[in-house]
Design a protein around this ligand. Structure first.
Ligand SMILES: Nc1ncnc2c1ncn2[C@@H]1O[C@H](COP(=O)(O)OP(=O)(O)OP(=O)(O)O)[C@@H](O)[C@H]1O
Length: 860
């Protein structure tokens, strides 16, 4: 028996050893001192005698058979309950059918009437009932309800108590997990809830290979004596007993006790010889956990070889127990892991196996510690301080691989001066007493002046040292030879970190799982990472490829988060969002999420963000074959940048994207688009159709103006003719001619009616944004900013036709002239541009005169 790892909660101290004789079943066995308990029974009876003075025994009080035990553990009836005799509910009698038919034929009114009659009838009956009878009936009903309630409460309370009791039996007495009998006709049950849920009775008799081996050797047993040895309560010698109190948490765990004892299954043979099955034995797991390894499968052993991950061939390295159990406990998709379905048993398995892993690891460390401890040389080193009488303790450590203990003492000279000794002898504690002869006996002495004081120094003050070590390490290194075991154990026992680490340690199932899987047990804050030293260009080189930026190199190394999530998000948005929404989403991502490669995101999703611009352009141009163009993408970028400025007040260049070309942005210029919306084909057709119809005078005017337009000379023309003589006809042709060449010709009029007569005509106030109180403002300018879209139109405009110009105030023409000068940055805009003024009636002659004066003064 042994109990290296002590588990909790502990069994009673009295349940240390139980031995009894069974004459007709001469089988001898014992199980793990902590985790299992075996019971045997007579062949003629399935009785399970409870353990004496133990929790186990108390839990099983009143249980007289294995069948009861299983029922008790599983909290399920062991016998089949009689089925309740149900009433015949089939209403197939003729009377029932007749009643159903009559009820189904009732109308709503009849149903209501019958219900009302029934209520009245019941009320009348209750009123006619004697008061005593009614009280008696109500009292009986109250009593019945109270009794029923009490019965329900008691039943629930009993169930809870039983459940708690069984739960404690499972959890607290976690090692009371197996109750089986070595009978060939008896199956083995366990308290595992897996088994409980499935009501599965594991036929270990049939499948467990270890059990078969046991049984095959049963007939060879000579004696009836056998023992069950359980000693989970063993407290390490010399330790305080309460230090090893079982934790009170409702948890499966293990408390490490005497670290010097091994964790083994012990089988006591009939001749009282003990056979140990080490925890590294391949059958240990199957013996300890027959429910998990119900076929007696092999568990961990130290000879399992690692395999090459590529070739699959065996290597020379052994699989560690930690790796083995991590492999066994791992969750794998599509594969069922029986261990993980065992609930508390699984937790118990994990803490047990982690204890095994720790034992294996600590055993390794202990063996290496002992090899270190065999070294027998102490080196006492004192620091080279200015005051040799007060050296300080610095540290104590093992010195390199020389296996020499370097011990810096706080006051290595505190025992000086030593006594005079004629010969070197070894003291009882193993330390040497070196020869220190007095001056009378041949020893040396001299006088040293220290702080104006003469001090007589003799051999009593000599500190043993090694000249080689002192010179090598440039320090005062005092050396003493110690050859006894005591001197070593003095150093080692005080620093047996393995014992200090292991003893009294509590391992929960959570910690066991965490450590078996090798999860990190601590974090470092702030994170300290060793950075490699690179040349300047090497940092941007990853796998031989040099990236243009450090950011790209970091992305290649996977140090930065990629934009996959933003890719997915924008791709999903493209399915059900408008282009405006996607642009807003992209702007939010840019300004708040800082994607690593914003430009690539834009390139991948620019079509979905420009979709509305394409659609508008197609509608405007009456051409559905138009595809995406750089101008459209530029417009979308401008819109996105506007959003970024609104959100974060930052342009696109701040997010690693190319800035849009705002000066080239005419695509969304509504004023420009309005003037360019004409179909060149249609305009050309109009010209081709009507030019031959012009008379000579019309032709002269037409040629004169078109010559000025094509030459870019500029000009100022006034067209005056009686009504109905074809002025509008000529003007329309001139407009069509210019528009057929994709040029811009503005057609304005002083009145709205006149504007409707011209193709694309608008009022002068609308086009030129003339001030309303123009007559009172001689220095007025048009409300057209130099960077506005209308200014762009005016810059590209080739001809302005102002119908009924004489109806406008002269301040209007002067305001337009100032505005055009400002936009074109020329001194005389009218000299550059072809003007055509049309006077429609003689009544406007005065106005014309004013304009004519203006024209002359301007041209001058
Ligand atoms: N050379 C031409 N060939 C055929 N029809 C013409 C010609 N010139 C003018 N017309 C027609 O004569 C009619 C009147 O012409 P238009 O409206 O241009 O005259 P107007 O001078 O502008 O008149 P108003 O001063 O009243 O506006 C229009 O129906 C126009 O189509």
């Amino acid at each position: 028996m042994c109990a290296g790892m002590r588990t909790f909660p502990r069994f009673s101290a009295a349940a240390v050893t139980e031995a009894e004789e069974v004459r007709d079943r001469p089988f001898v066995t014992a199980v793990s001192p902590r985790l299992s308990r075996l019971h045997r029974s007579r062949p003629d009876s399935a009785a399970v005698p409870p353990a004496r003075d133990s929790i186990y025994g108390r839990c099983l009080k009143g249980i007289t058979s294995a069948r009861d035990l299983v029922g008790h553990l599983f909290q399920c009836p062991v016998s089949n309950a009689k089925k309740t005799q149900r009433a015949d509910l089939s209403r197939s009698t003729s009377k029932a059918r007749k009643l159903r038919n009559s009820r189904s034929e009732r109308t709503e009114e009849q149903i209501q009437q019958q219900n009302t009659d029934a209520r009245v009838r019941m009320t009348r009956l209750h009123q006619e009932e004697p008061e005593d009878t009614r009280d008696e009936r109500n009292e009986v009903r109250r009593l019945e309800q109270r009794q029923s309630r009490r019965f329900t409460v008691n039943r629930r309370r009993t169930n809870d108590q039983q459940r708690q009791q069984v739960h404690r039996a499972f959890i607290s007495d976690s090692f009371l997990r197996l109750a089986f009998q070595y009978e060939p006709d008896i199956e083995y049950y366990a308290h595992s809830k897996v088994a409980h849920r499935q009501r599965a009775r594991c036929s270990l008799n049939e499948h467990n290979e270890l059990l078969k081996i046991f049984k095959s050797h049963m007939h060879q047993l000579q004696s009836d004596n056998h023992a069950i040895v359980i000693n989970p309560d063993k407290t390490p010698a010399g330790e305080h007993i309460r230090r090893f109190n079982a934790p009170v948490v409702d948890d499966v765990g293990i408390m490490v006790g005497d670290c010097t004892a091994a964790r083994e299954i012990v089988i006591r043979r009939r001749n009282n010889n003990l056979q140990f099955i080490a925890d590294t034995h391949r059958s240990y797991d199957a013996l300890q956990y027959p429910l998990i390894f119900w076929k007696g499968q092999d568990g961990y052993c130290i000879n399992i070889k690692q395999r090459d991950t590529v070739s699959g061939a065996e290597t020379n390295k052994n699989v560690s127990s930690k790796d083995y159990y991590a492999y066994r406990l791992m969750i794998r998709r599509g594969l069922d892991n029986v261990i993980l379905r065992c609930r508390e048993l699984c937790q118990q398995f994990m803490v047990d196996m982690y204890a095994k892993i720790e034992s294996e690891r600590l055993r390794y460390l202990r063996y290496n510690q002992q090899s270190c401890a065999r070294k027998s040389t102490f080196i006492c080193e004192t620091l080279s301080t200015t005051t040799p009488t007060s050296p300080k303790l610095v540290t104590m450590s093992f010195y390199h691989h020389l296996h020499r203990l370097v011990w810096l003492m706080e006051n290595v000279l505190k025992n000086f001066p030593k006594d005079f000794t004629n010969d070197t002898v070894t003291n009882v504690d193993g330390y040497p007493i070196y020869r220190r002869r007095n001056p009378e006996n041949g020893g040396q002495s001299f006088i040293k002046n220290i702080i104006n004081t003469d001090i007589d120094i003799d051999n009593r003050w000599v500190v043993p040292y090694s000249p080689l070590l002192s010179k090598t390490y440039n320090a005062h290194i005092n050396v003493e030879f110690c050859s006894s075991v005591e001197s070593n154990t003095f150093a080692m026992n005080k620093n047996d970190e393995i014992t200090l680490y292991q003893i009294g340690r509590y391992i929960s199932s959570n910690e066991a799982a965490w450590r078996i899987f090798g999860f990190p047990i601590h974090e470092r804050d702030p994170a300290v990472v060793q950075l490699a030293i690179h040349l300047e260009n090497d940092i941007r080189k990853v796998n031989g490829q040099q990236y243009p930026t450090y950011k790209d190199a970091c992305l290649a190394l996977g140090l930065l988060e990629d934009d996959n999530q933003w890719e997915c998000m924008l791709a999903e948005a493209a399915l059900n969002c408008t282009a405006i929404q996607i642009r807003l989403l992209f702007a939010i991502v840019l300004t708040t999420c800082f994607p690593a490669r914003a430009q690539i995101l834009w390139e991948n999703h620019k079509d979905s963000m420009t979709d509305d611009i394409l659609h508008q352009h197609r509608i405007r141009c009456h051409d559905l074959t138009i595809t995406f163009s750089d101008e459209m993408y530029n417009e979308a970028l401008i819109a996105i940048e506007d959003l970024c400025i609104v959100i974060a007040n930052l342009p696109l260049s701040n997010f690693g994207m190319n800035s849009p070309n705002r000066t080239a942005s005419d695509l969304m210029n509504t004023e420009m688009n309005r003037e360019l919306q004409y179909s060149t084909v249609e305009m050309a057709a109009i010209v081709a159709r009507n030019v031959p119809l012009m008379n000579e005078e019309q032709r002269t005017i037409y040629d004169r103006i078109m010559l000025a337009v094509s030459a870019g000379q500029g000009g100022f023309f006034f067209l005056d003719a009686p009504g109905g003589t074809g002025k509008t006809f000529v003007i329309s042709l001139i407009l069509a001619e210019i528009r057929s060449n994709n040029g811009i010709a503005l057609a304005v009029a002083s009145s709205g009616i006149a504007a409707t007569l011209l193709d694309g005509g608008r009022t002068a106030h609308s086009v030129f944004k003339l001030p309303l109180n123009i007559q009172n403002n001689p220095d007025a300018v048009c409300n057209i900013k130099k960077q506005s879209s209308m200014a762009t139109v005016l810059k590209r405009c080739k001809l302005i036709i102002w119908d009924e110009c004489t109806m406008a105030h002269k301040h209007s023409l002067e305001a337009l002239n100032r505005t055009l000068k400002d936009i074109k940055t020329v001194t005389n805009y009218l000299a550059e541009l072809c003007w055509s003024f049309q006077v429609i009636s003689d009544k406007h002659f005065q106005s014309f005169h004013v304009q004519h004066t203006l024209m002359r003064s301007t041209l001058a």
